[in-house]
Design a protein around this ligand. Structure first.
Ligand SMILES: CC(=O)N[C@H]1[C@@H](OP(=O)(O)OP(=O)(O)OC[C@H]2O[C@@H](n3ccc(=O)[nH]c3=O)[C@H](O)[C@@H]2O)O[C@H](CO)[C@@H](O)[C@@H]1O[C@H](C)C(=O)N[C@@H](C)C(=O)N[C@H](CCC(=O)O)C(=O)O
Ligand SMILES: Nc1ncnc2c1ncn2[C@@H]1O[C@H](COP(=O)(O)OP(=O)(O)OP(=O)(O)O)[C@@H](O)[C@H]1O
Ligand SMILES: N[C@H](CCC[C@H](N)C(=O)O)C(=O)O
Ligand SMILES: [Mg+2]
Length: 488
């Protein structure tokens, strides 16, 4: 694409060099830059992309997009200076891929918890309704039946537009995507046209990145601030910040609630381990998902589908046949009836929701044994809180490693231990090795007891010092069940 077309609507500060060059590829990584490509220098959290401009030039790059022009500029390279490279790149990626988001109905889901669940249920629902559909999620990206591995909850702006363009090419009419708070701050969705936005909830997370809760709220809210008037903005009225999110949006304001009157109203009638009965806008429906948090997700999915023009009754009938997404309250039951639950609860709020759901499903004096850890190189403030919640709602707790990444696993566990109230010391154990921790939990369990393995959900690896080792909580649970039965 001609550089001038690529720069359509991009606020420029200055340019130098030939502006009638052709750009074949966009990249923000100098290691991927070469002849015909445009390298965008982005100031990151680890390093500053501006440091790699010379390297990109050496590799024969055609255009440099930057916030600061280098003093020594190459004659055969075009330099474009903008105020904010990530923002400019967002607009340029949309131009480069010819605005795929305008050629399908794109719905974004934001919030601390429930994005993957909501987006995945919407994706499955719309596929079941016969639409070609796309999904961009933490677990995986999908173009109809084709699975494309995901590296982020929200892909970077270039990958994102490329994926959307592929969806359009494959005839998709809808795409459901997660919009993380990181994505908002880094302008990953800046050039996109949304048909709708959904807010799930907001609780503490990612304070390592956003620093204050206020910044985190602002990041989520900015998604609704940028929605066009043609879109719908569907919010959770029962969340304290539900209305704040929509304060400045131009989009049509819609809401859902389990507690008050919203555009879409639901009520849980009964709950069991294998599903729940709800009243949704006056219709009684049985869902295969359980837990109050899933009642919210289902209501959001139903509301969004209706706002996209689908028939309410048909939507509810089809929703009732859908199962939970992978690693979200996923059950593995042993031959002797120990109930294993693998859940991606990696925030205090999610952990509490899952444990409260389990507590609500208890019928007698079954024990709840929780295995939980916290990821390294992530928000440290949640560590003691998650340990405290685990203790409060469980009979036994085994603190273990999640993805330690580049931190010392024992140091993370010490921060978790600091949250364990003295009265719970006796029921708490610390086992660094996650495999061993799961085996120990199963060894402690008897028939009908619940073993909750929290934090990693669908993940099939454990990341330790830059290496991703094969690890699947569901698989390890199955192995532990087998061993416990053969020993008994
Ligand atoms: C905190 C964060 O979001 N980091 C993302 C960010 O990295 P960064 O800002 O640290 O980048 P950096 O390493 O400082 O480098 C700055 C720039 O120099 C460039 N560079 C670097 C080295 C080099 O040799 N040449 C070069 O050009 C880099 O490509 C980059 O453009 O930009 C990178 C390139 O797009 C991302 O891969 C990286 O995601 C990392 C892997 C990550 O873990 N992100 C997580 C925290 C994240 O984004 N999570 C959210 C959701 C979480 C949730 O909702 O629960 C997500 O959307 O996935
Ligand atoms: N609506 C909800 N409210 C609160 N907790 C939820 C909700 N939906 C799911 N959860 C809990 O949060 C966990 C993560 O859910 P999900 O993967 O859908 O969230 P997410 O927002 O996509 O998370 P991430 O930020 O990691 O992408 C689930 O395993 C469950 O424990
Ligand atoms: N998208 C989240 C996932 C956290 C999952 C947990 N298993 C961890 O590794 O901390 C993040 O990148 O912060
Ligand atoms: Mg997600």
């Amino acid at each position: 694409m001609q550089l001038t077309n690529l720069l359509y609507k991009v606020p420029l500060q200055s340019t130098s060099g030939n502006m009638s060059v052709d750009v074949m590829k966009l990249t923000m990584d100098s290691r991927q830059a070469g002849p015909g490509s445009l390298f965008a220098a982005i100031r990151g959290t680890q390093t500053d992309g501006h440091q790699f401009i010379d390297k990109a030039v050496e590799q024969g790059v055609t255009v440099i997009l930057c916030e600061e022009l280098p003093d020594n500029r190459a004659n055969d390279v075009t330099y474009v200076q903008v105020q904010d490279t990530s923002y400019a790149l967002g607009l340029m990626a949309a131009n480069f891929y010819e605005h795929p988001s305008q050629k399908l109905k794109l719905v974004g889901v934001t919030g601390t918890n429930g994005k993957t669940s909501t987006a995945t249920l919407l994706f499955r629902l719309f596929r079941q309704r016969g639409y070609r559909t796309g999904l961009l999620s933490t677990v995986q990206n999908q173009i109809d039946e084709t699975v494309i591995p995901a590296t982020h909850t929200t892909p970077d702006t270039i990958a994102l537009n490329e994926l959307l363009a592929q969806m359009v090419q494959r005839g998709c009419s809808h795409c459901f995507m997660e919009v993380s708070s990181h994505a908002m701050v880094q302008h990953r969705v800046v050039g996109l046209h949304f048909a709708g936005g959904i807010f799930t909830n907001i609780t503490h997370d990612h304070l390592d990145f956003h620093e204050t809760f206020d910044n985190y709220i602002k990041a989520k809210k900015s998604f609704f601030d940028q929605l066009p008037a043609s879109a719908f903005a569907l919010t959770n009225l029962d969340d304290k910040r539900g209305l704040v999110m929509l304060q400045n949006t131009a989009a049509r304001k819609e809401s859902y609630s389990l507690q008050t009157l919203g555009s879409f109203k639901g009520r849980i009638l009964s709950e069991g381990l294998f599903g729940m009965q709800m009243d949704v806008d006056g219709r009684e429906v049985w869902f295969k998902l359980t837990g109050r948090f899933n009642a919210y997700n289902l209501l959001a999915v139903y509301g969004a589908a209706v706002l996209l023009g689908e028939d309410a009754e048909e939507v509810l009938t089809q929703l009732s046949s859908l199962a939970s997404p992978p690693g979200r309250f996923e059950m593995v039951i042993s031959d002797n009836k120990i109930v294993g639950i693998v859940d991606y609860a990696h925030t205090p709020d999610a952990l509490q929701n899952v444990l409260e759901t389990i507590a609500g499903l208890r019928q007698g004096n079954e024990q709840v044994i929780t295995v939980v850890g916290c990821g390294g190189n992530r928000d440290v403030t949640k560590r003691p809180i998650m340990a405290e919640i685990a203790c409060k709602f469980s009979d036994r707790v085994i603190l273990t490693s999640d993805n330690p990444r580049n931190e010392d696993p024992m140091a993370i566990l010490e921060q978790m231990q600091a949250g364990v109230p003295p009265i719970h010391f006796k029921k708490t154990q610390t086992i660094v090795d996650r495999h061993e921790a799961i085996f120990q939990a199963v060894a402690l369990a008897g028939p009908h007891d619940v073993v909750l393995v929290a934090g990693k959900g669908h993940e099939t690896y454990q990341e330790i010092k830059g290496v991703k080792y094969d690890f699947d909580d569901r698989q390890v649970l199955r192995e532990a069940f087998q061993q416990s039965i053969s020993e008994k």
